[in-house]
Design a protein. Sequence first.
Length: 448
Amino acid sequence: MVRDSTAAVLRRTALDRQRSGRVPGLHASVVRHGELLWEGAIGTAEVGTERVPSREDQFLVASNTKTFVATMVMQLRDEGRLSLEDRLADHLPGLRHDVTVRDALSHVSGLQREPVGDVWVTLRHPDEEALLREADSAEALLRAGEQWHYSNLAFALLGQVVARLDGRAWHESLRARLLEPLGMTRTSVGFDGGSRAHGYYVGPYDDVPRAEPVLDLAATGPAGALASTATDLARWTAFVADPDPDVLAPATMDEMTRPRAFVDAEGWQMGMGLGFFLLRSPGGRVLAGHTGGMPGHVTGVFTDRATGTAGVVLMNASTPGDPAGFAAALVDVVLDREPPEPEPWRPGTTVPDDLRPLLGRWWSEGRPWDFSVRQGQLEVRSPDWPADREPWTFERVGPDVLRTTTGAERHEPLRVLRGPDGGVESLRWATYRVTREPLGFGEEPSAG
């Protein structure tokens, strides 16, 4: 748990958001690796009662559903059952739109936002047959990859891809693939009949909440049908920070949380990965997660993967303020005031003989790089970097050949060049010359 002084700041942050958003009730929490650090409940889960929202109350988490569907798509990719370069039509025969799985996951498919028809006016959503039949009438508003354009339609179609490949409804795959392995027992399509928050709309010129309808999203469900609790979402954030390899390869989550497109091309404060928003918090941290909005419910779930610290915000109103900013503000408060204790330094046991000649300062393109060994692994960092920036790492792939495993040069080779006597003369990193002395591009090393 956080200190009382930090809890007071968090409580005030939540109260300010509840008041400014005129939210009948909210539950906010900060967790680290799934463990509760702080929770605050304000208002009521049901107007007319004094019952405050609890961590066990279901809220409609809406488009947070997309992070779960995206994870199932990536599981199928890792199983070799689809490629991110596949067209949706490869798995949904007859679909005319030339949209790749990768572009659909990143909202750069160019497809229109919603299924065909005025679904948010009629509040009736298509079943699977109608979704696929009518999808050909949907507009391709932009060229694929041209810019970020949010599309519930694209995620509804991704849900059908999951269903076709798994041979069962998408939500049955979800339960088997993610919810049961992660112990998320109160996450369901729509409310599960247990305790829940009731949803409301508060108009701009009065203070009287009106009950909002509970919708059946039908085949649009993969874009936003889930309900969940703060308890379950804490487990989800722990998985996002550090996936169980039996459920999803950690490298795959790394891939999902790398930016592919800017959401706000002007401010560069939010990007899009594969199913995840990547939000830069006011404190400068990059958080992975999603927001959700359904009639009467707005939510935000964002995780600082580096520390496993996450903000979970659940509100029972249609029009409160920015849930992503709310969640990010909670994370910043905790990490600014009570960062996790760093791991103690641990001594290594050996320096591999072939790495010894590589240690120390080298130069490339006139810039210094310091190579060292930690726990038997070669790593490199620039002396110009902040002290808390992690070094880039390498793995051995053959005699005198290593490959960069992290950082901007990930996957680029590092080759060791030896002289006539077998000693290391220089390196080639991503084809660039790396030498023991600073040299211009046309200069030769000094003799001796």
